[in-house]
Design a protein around this ligand. Structure first.
Ligand SMILES: CC(C)(COP(=O)(O)OP(=O)(O)OC[C@H]1O[C@@H](n2cnc3c(N)ncnc32)[C@H](O)[C@@H]1OP(=O)(O)O)[C@@H](O)C(=O)NCCC(=O)NCCS
Length: 240
């Protein structure tokens, strides 16, 4: 396995030299000092941009310029492969975002695929099926010392809807977030009237938490409600 260089930042108490354990069952234990440059295995680097617990303190871990490091995953589902998206994928993402079916739910939500894909630390994955790029799935995480969870957003180009790609992509990413990254809770937040997305997410095991009123903007400068949905690791079944 190739080692990657990261920088331990400073948040919380120093905890100098204490054993450090990253999130996730496979994260190695480390001893490091604040602002120290670290060389870690890719398992820990998957947590790029995340924070690492050190004794009674949390430390930021930031990648130091290896573009393949953050979110550098290739995940295999039953129908799709998820791989780290690159700037070359921007035109295909743009084409999907410009369709009425996708734009309806993503309008204003992601105006800049080219800009986002140029960032080293993006967590956007291309959904590939039969060699075609059929959609995008992205994840983010909150790694507060007390509150930890991951969130997901996604779209599939309408030409590929109802072929099982969206649900397979979601299950595949969920399996990785729960098993490799070590999250115990994942959320997703479709618009309240996005029936297709809500059914798809329920099929993957998500449960309705509640309605978030006036959650997101609409093109006419109004708001619409969002549905907060969650899935706990203990309720997740990759095979359903
Ligand atoms: C939501 C979305 C990603 C689903 O992708 P998909 O590849 O079509 O989904 P799947 O084929 O895996 O469908 C899984 C299940 O979702 C439900 N579903 C999907 N599309 C549906 C639709 N148009 N109407 C009702 N249910 C639907 C069904 O239960 C389906 O299972 P089934 O085909 O066995 O009946 C896709 O519709 C999409 O990209 N929509 C536009 C963008 C969007 O809304 N993104 C989500 C923002 S939160």
């Amino acid at each position: 396995m190739r080692a990657l260089t990261v920088l331990a930042g400073t948040s919380g108490l120093p905890g100098r030299g204490q054993p450090c354990r990253g999130y996730g069952p496979h994260a190695p234990e480390r001893r490091f000092r604040p602002q120290e440059r670290l060389v870690v295995e890719p398992t820990l680097s998957r947590l790029g941009g995340c924070r690492v617990y050190l004794g009674h303190a949390y430390y930021s871990v930031e990648l130091m310029g290896q573009p393949e490091a953050v979110g550098n995953v290739e995940l295999y589902g039953q129908r799709v492969v998820l791989r780290r998206a690159t700037i070359a994928d921007a035109p295909a993402f743009r084409r999907a975002l410009n369709t009425a079916e996708v734009a309806r739910w993503w309008e204003g939500g992601w105006p800049d695929p080219e800009g986002d894909l140029a960032k080293l630390d993006h967590q956007l994955l291309a959904i590939v099926a039969g060699g075609d790029l059929v959609g995008m799935i992205q994840w983010h995480q909150v790694c507060d010392p007390v509150v930890r969870f991951a969130g997901i957003d996604m779209f599939v180009h309408p030409d590929y809807h109802r072929r099982g790609y969206g649900s397979d992509a979601l299950r595949t990413l969920l399996r990785w977030l729960f098993t490799d990254v070590g999250h115990h809770r994942v959320t997703i937040d479709p618009a309240i009237d996005n029936v297709a997305a809500i059914r798809c997410y329920e099929q993957c095991g998500f449960r309705r938490v509640g309605v978030m009123r006036q959650y997101e903007r609409t093109p006419d400068d109004g708001y619409r409600d969002g549905l907060l949905m969650e899935l706990l690791a203990c309720d997740f079944r990759a095979d359903v």
